[in-house]
Design a binder for this molecule. Structure first.
Ligand code: CMC
Length: 428
């Protein structure tokens, strides 16, 4: 008998089954042979929230949640944050290798050539109310882009796919900047591709006709690093949404609109916004112990803490904490930082958090930096989305090319009524 198998005994029947183990995993479908009667459906697994189900094989991002390790294509996040650039990381995620000088120049040039958006899309953005949440605008704009590029439906054509990747990475910052300018009632700034990815984005957000306008290089670099830190995180909620929608062969814009919608929620990419609200509500270091008590009574969650995968310090949070100080050299120090640092200190000494292995995650400090840079809170999840876009695209390409993948279609355990007769209205 091979050692790489699992022997299962069904105590209902006494029958024994042997299922193969590959990559520390058994195939859920192998359990279907486990049945009491020949015409039974067979055994399934029940896993709400997919806490222990691998939905794909991937070569993009490696996380060791117990050790706090994050690698993109095998390269540690710390080295990429220190030495790489966001567009280089995007290339790495999508193609699996670091680009040569020429490949990177070509890649950057193609993406920056696609920063202009169709005027129809600009007109659409203008129809939103002045106080529309920019994440709602972003989700809608990405979905609307599918109507402008109908050839994107050819998801099995790698050339067509690449074109959409250039377009999406190029246009997302423009849509995000226009959404921001719309809410503050200022004219839109058209892209300047000479300024680099993050620099151009800051320019589109800020420029007001000054003759001596210059993008601050420290802030552009900080934003670039923040984008790198958010670029991929394997099968998180939004990426799973991207894969799930794209599994029906929907075009990448429609799939990515769904991914961005999943990111919007406060338990995922909306957490950075929620952290800021929480820190403001706490108000001062003196109020922290009282707040921690409320968390422990389960009245509120400590936003920016805890993670489905990390049971150790999120390596991204450590890097972000460092960047915060670089940004504060340029902007003023955000007074909420003192509250955050003390909150972290107290939480990490408290048994409630220790026993549950709850540590700061990527969102705990990112909002403090964004706020110091002048972003309104509702733009925070949009910044997360810009950073995550290459990850969504890399995972999409991997999925489309994966012969194991099928349309995403989970099973259920049906517990409802059966076989009822319809009751006429007058008899209810
Ligand atoms: N504050 C207080 N208690 C918490 C928190 C928190 N932030 N997170 C988890 N717990 C407790 C939870 O109540 C549970 O306790 P018990 O076992 O006694 O019932 C235990 O820790 C396990 O939590 P869980 O909800 O089963 O864990 P999960 O893996 O389903 O949830 C999470 C992960 C990120 C949704 C959750 O930790 C959370 O809600 N955190 C706050 C929101 C947040 O910061 N989200 C950003 C995640 S990182 C960026 C991203 O990828 O989106």
């Amino acid at each position: 008998m091979s050692n790489n198998t699992l022997t299962i005994t069904d105590n209902r029947t006494g029958q024994t089954y042997e299922v193969p183990i590959n990559d520390e995993t058994i195939k859920a479908i192998d359990l279907r042979q486990v049945r009491v009667q020949a015409d039974d459906f067979g055994l399934m697994t029940y896993d709400p929230g997919f806490t222990n189900t691998a939905s794909c094989k991937s070569r993009i991002t490696y996380i060791d949640g117990d050790k706090g390790i994050l690698e993109y294509r095998g390269y540690p996040i710390e080295q990429l944050a220190e030495q790489s650039s966001f567009l280089e990381v995007a290339y790495l995620l999508i193609f699996g290798v670091l680009p040569t000088v020429d490949q990177l120049a070509h890649w950057e040039q193609r993406i920056m050539r696609h920063t202009y958006i169709h005027e129809n899309l600009t007109d659409l953005l203008k129809t939103f109310r002045y106080d529309a949440h920019p994440m709602g605008i972003l989700v809608s704009a990405i979905a609307a882009m599918s109507t402008l590029h109908p050839e994107a439906k050819q998801v099995h054509d790698s050339e067509v796919r690449l074109k959409q990747i250039y377009r999406i990475l190029g246009k997302l910052p423009t849509v995000a900047a226009f959404a921001y300018r719309h809410r503050i009632g200022r004219p839109y700034n058209y892209p300047d591709s000479t300024l680099g990815y993050a620099g151009n984005f800051l320019y589109m957000l800020d420029f007001m006709g000054q003759s001596n306008y210059q993008v601050n290089p420290v802030l552009a670099h900080a934003l670039d690093v923040l984008f790198i830190l958010h670029a991929d995180h394997e099968q998180n909620c939004s990426t799973s949404a991207m894969r799930g929608i794209a599994s029906s062969e929907a075009d990448p814009y429609s799939s990515m609109a769904g991914a961005a919608a999943a990111l919007y929620g406060p338990l995922h990419g909306g957490a950075n916004e929620a952290v800021l609200r929480m820190l403001r509500e706490i108000g001062s270091v003196a109020n922290i112990p009282g707040f921690i008590e409320r968390v422990k009574k389960r009245e509120v969650r400590l936003m920016g803490f805890g993670h489905r995968v990390y049971k150790n310090y999120d390596p991204r949070a450590r890097i972000i904490k460092k960047i915060a100080y670089e940004v504060f050299e340029v902007t003023q120090k955000n007074p909420l930082l003192d509250i955050a640092i003390e909150l972290e200190r107290i939480a990490l000494e408290d048994d409630y958090f220790i026993s549950r292995k709850l540590y700061p995650n990527v969102d705990f400090y990112s909002g403090i930096i964004y706020q110091a840079m002048g972003f309104p809170e509702d733009m925070f999840p949009v910044l997360f989305a810009l950073g995550r876009a290459p990850g969504w695209l890399a995972q999409w390409v991997e999925m489309v090319d994966d012969p194991d993948q099928k349309i995403s279609r989970p099973r259920q355990i049906y517990l409802g009524e059966r076989g009822r007769d319809y009751v006429a209205m007058e008899r209810r």
